[in-house]
Design a protein around this ligand. Structure first.
Ligand code: ADP
Length: 868
């Protein structure tokens, strides 16, 4: 149908007007109990939500129509969001019974992936961010906001790569970008948003209104623009109800401005390969992520805070140590920890509650939850009152139970209030005289009606006479047909039924009006009172948010303490530089492996590049990750899984780990590998920790080795970064002889009747060939493996016994470099397989890429070569 206004009914004209105004959203238009979409939009909604497309006919024509029930609209809206739409909710904002013409409707909120506030849509406690990116000359400004909690951050940089790293931390689900700002760093819904709100002038004004003078708060115009535009967007999506006249979102009153250099940099690649928040692949789908493994928080705010601490580990020594000191105190204090944990479990999500309160969306239950949360604060405060830790003391001082709000809620809100606000029962008796009087009138009226039946029976002598109520006709006196002759004169007929008549008396009618009017006025009064209470609470949102933050921090510290006690973590000592770990463990793998083998690590400025060799599955990746996770945990403020740890502060963790496992769209895995490598070589400093796993595997052996070697030299000579480099390029271990800062470690396997991975790291390099092990692990029949092993043994050159002092390995490359701690290659380092072609061929085997069949094939070839 065409939408010519003169041909439309008023309702459809209203619909099309709204779709024009909100042309970047799907308008859902309330008609009674449904949200409707019409015409093309209806077809889209019907298809996506799998609901029936119906037809509507009016005087002007026929339209397609699709309706979703308001009662469970959330799941449909979720589907529409997932399909990439914004949803504009056009509610009836007028009582249909009171409307003179068509019912007035207005868009009350725009639901977008990054600005969700509905618990049902948020699905869980995790933060949900919307980001804004602005650009001014060469400067980028990034602002990030969680509308549901009020968490707001701003940062900036000259480097787009830095901005990308920051985006990796927040993983926003939606972004808006200003003029000249790029859209490609985002992996979410991106909208070029209204340029005016990105304008410096508008932005400055908005930031000023919300957070205070922008020049004191933010570092560049680009940041101001990003923040301003983001606030404008939040206002735009918030809808109209319950907000101050100027449209401000009062609960957004605190902005954290930070410099990316204040935190350890963890880009998306590192977070992913260390499996901090997400598992990397289906392969490890049964394992835990780091955050799951160490999350012992009691409340939703703590859970979000823990995520934040892991996402932004500190690099300031004092701040790190302050957290450690707090954890130290809590580890030992079992009873205190348990008491705090118990109380924190009773804490509701204050951040989301106060955000709903400020947006005028909180109901009486929300206020009730807020009140009961404030009620537990004094006990929590008292529990840490005597704490020695400065951090816990600081938290103690911020545990403000906001007594005015607490007592207001206790006095005003009824116990166990209903979720609806307009039907009464939300305000406690005794809070308001007028309300109490109205309720009393209502009550006495109803009591009078209740007594009426008995009275009228006595007066009329009709024993079967009944007094009742129905919603259409109100109160009535019912008399069956058999007794109609006894009906007194003052009865007036109200309704005729099959076997009876219904009457009222003037007095009953009067009482009825009294009851209805009192009830209606009481409900209205309750709503008014409630809104007043809600606004009074909203005015304290800053204090409540501060309390929320203090509770969240405490919850994380208690959680760190619990994990440390339960899993035997130790307090790391922060030192100038280097990594010295004794008996370290992988915080996640140790939970799933029955017998996890602890391993140490020792790196310092002089010995900063460790080359790790060993067969597939021997534990190299686990080891490297455990070192990185130890640094990450320590700087987040946690204790670490080790017997002892001395750690220098790391400015950034880089990882280039096994892209060969991933199926990446578009670019070849080698390309990804090389671009990740480029990023590392560009940005690592001598304070960085670099994990390299199998660099150069995606190309030929010669190329790969050349690249691996060049990288090692560059990292060693130019960057000076602390580096762990796992490789199957055995030749790389020779670099240790040539560069003073490079040393070898390997994972050994023991051979009894079958290869056993010991998962234990040892000094020196591993032997070069693992063909037989691979064959064994791959399930090649025992006899074949054994025969191959015999053949290999026969061709090995026997080295003199290693006495632990003289380097004796004769692998054709001279002596193995000793570890920097002076340890030498240990006795069970096996000598490399014999000379010539067989050795070379074995060395060239790329274990990761060898299938069992190929391994068999290779064995058979080797066998025939030897026999020749
Ligand atoms: P690689 O990188 O050498 O191929 P991984 O680090 O992936 O080996 O380890 C292979 C498997 O061995 C892991 O999945 C883990 O279950 C187990 N593992 C690794 N390190 C240890 C350890 N220190 N103690 C016990 N098991 C371990």
């Amino acid at each position: 149908m065409t939408e010519r206004a003169d041909e439309l009914t008023p309702m459809m004209a209203q619909y099309f007007e709204l779709t024009r105004q909100y042309d970047d959203a799907l308008v859902l238009f309330q008609v009674g109990d449904f949200y409707e979409a019409f015409c093309e939009a209806a077809e889209r909604v019907a298809r996506l939500c799998e609901i029936t497309l119906t037809k509507r006919e009016d005087s002007t024509g026929e339209y397609a129509m699709a309706g979703i029930p308001i009662d469970n609209a959330e799941s449909y809206i979720e589907t529409l969001l997932d399909a990439g739409y914004r949803v504009a909710i056009a509610d009836q904002v007028e009582d249909p019974e009171e409307a003179s013409g068509v019912v007035d409707r207005a868009v009350t909120r725009i639901i977008t992936p990054g600005t969700l506030t509905e618990d049902e849509l948020l699905g869980g406690a995790a933060n949900n961010y919307v980001a804004a990116l602005a650009r001014e000359d060469d400067r980028y400004g990034l602002a990030v906001l969680d509308v549901s909690t009020g968490d707001a951050y701003a940062t900036g940089s000259d480097s787009l790569a830095t901005i990308e790293d920051e985006l990796g931390r927040f993983a926003p689900s939606e972004a808006i970008v200003g003029p000249a700002a790029p859209t490609d760093p985002f992996e979410c819904m991106v909208t070029p948003y209204d340029e005016r709100s990105f304008s410096a002038e508008q932005a400055r004004e908005r930031v000023g209104e919300y957070f205070g003078p922008p020049e004191r708060l933010l570092a560049s115009d680009a940041e101001v623009r990003a923040c301003g535009a983001l606030l404008a967007y939040a206002e735009y999506t918030r809808g109209g109800t319950g907000i101050g006249e100027d449209g401000r979102l009062e609960y957004l009153n605190h902005l954290t401005r930070y410099d990316p250099r204040e935190y350890m940099v963890l880009d998306a690649v590192a977070l992913e390969s260390l499996e901090v928040f997400n598992r990397r692949s289906v392969r490890s789908s049964d394992g835990l992520t780091l955050v799951e493994a160490i999350d012992e928080t009691a409340c939703a705010m703590g859970r979000r805070e823990l995520t934040d601490w892991l996402r932004r580990p500190l690099i300031d020594r004092d701040r790190i140590e302050a957290r450690h000191e707090a954890v130290d105190e809590l580890v030992g204090a079992v009873r205190t920890r348990e008491r705090l944990h118990g109380r924190l479990r009773e804490v509701y999500d204050l951040e989301r509650l106060i955000s709903r309160v400020s947006r005028g969306r909180a109901n009486a239950r929300d206020l009730d939850s807020l009140g009961s949360t404030l009620d537990v604060v004094p006990e929590i405060r008292e529990t840490i009152a005597d704490s020695d830790s400065a951090k816990l003391q600081a938290i103690h001082d911020r545990l403000d139970d906001v007594p005015e709000v607490r007592s207001l809620i206790a006095e005003a809100i009824a116990d166990d209030p209903p979720p609806e606000l307009t039907e009464g029962g939300v305000i406690a008796p005794g809070y308001d005289g007028t309300l109490d009087e109205l309720r009393e009138t209502e009550r006495t009226g109803k009591a009078w009606v209740e007594d009426l039946e008995q009275q009228e029976r006595e007066r009329t002598g009709i024993d079967s006479l009944k007094v009742g109520h129905n919603s259409v006709h109100g109160y009535y006196i019912e008399v069956t047909d058999a007794n109609l002759d006894q009906v007194p004169e003052d009865y007036q007929r109200r309704q005729t039924l099959k076997n009876s008549e219904r009457y009222y008396t003037p007095e009953l009618k009067e009482r009825e009006e009294e009851i209805i009017s009192a009830e209606q006025r009481a409900d209205d009064r309750e709503y008014e009172l409630f809104v007043d209470v809600r606004e009074t609470v909203a005015a304290e949102s800053e204090r409540i948010q501060d309390l929320a933050d203090a509770l969240a921090q405490l919850d994380v510290l208690v959680s760190f303490g619990t994990v440390a006690a339960e899993f035997d973590y130790t307090r790391p000592e922060i030192v100038e530089a280097g990594i010295e770990i004794e008996a370290g463990r992988h915080p996640v793998v140790e939970r799933t492996e029955d017998a996890f083998v602890p391993n140490g690590a020792s790196l310092d400025r002089e010995h900063r590049v460790m080359i790790v060799t060993g067969p597939n599955m021997s534990g190299k990746s686990t080891y490297m990750r455990q070192v990185a996770l130890t640094a990450l945990l320590a700087q987040a403020g946690s204790f670490v899984p080790a017997e002892r740890a001395q750690l220098g502060i790391v400015d950034r963790i880089f990882t280039r780990v096994g892209a060969s496992d991933d199926i990446a769209g578009g670019r070849s895995t080698f390309m990804i590998e090389m671009s990740e490598l480029a990023e590392i070589l560009d940005h690592a400093t001598e304070d960085s920790l670099v994990l390299l796993d199998e660099v150069g595997r995606g190309t030929s052996t010669t190329d790969g080795l050349a690249i691996a070697r060049a990288v090692t030299e560059f990292v060693h000579d130019e960057l000076g970064a602390t580096t762990l480099f796992a490789t199957h390029h055995h030749e790389l271990t020779d670099v240790a002889d040539e560069l003073p800062g490079v040393f070898n470690r390997h994972f050994r396997t023991s051979r009894e009747d079958r290869v056993v991975f010991e998962h234990e790291i040892a000094p020196g390099a591993a032997k070069a060939s693992y063909g037989v092990e691979v064959a064994d692990v791959a399930g090649v029949p025992e006899t074949v493996v054994q025969r191959a092993a015999d053949l290999l043994e026969g061709s090995e050159t026997t080295a003199p016994a290693d006495d632990g002092r003289t380097p004796t390995r004769t692998n054709g490359h001279g002596p193995t470099a000793p570890g920097h701690d002076g340890e030498l290659a240990s006795a069970d380092d096996e000598t490399v397989a014999g000379s010539g072609a067989i050795r070379d061929r074995l060395r060239e085997v790329s274990i990761a890429e060898t299938t069992p069949l190929e391994a068999l094939q290779l064995l058979s070839e080797l066998q025939s070569e030897i026999e020749e």
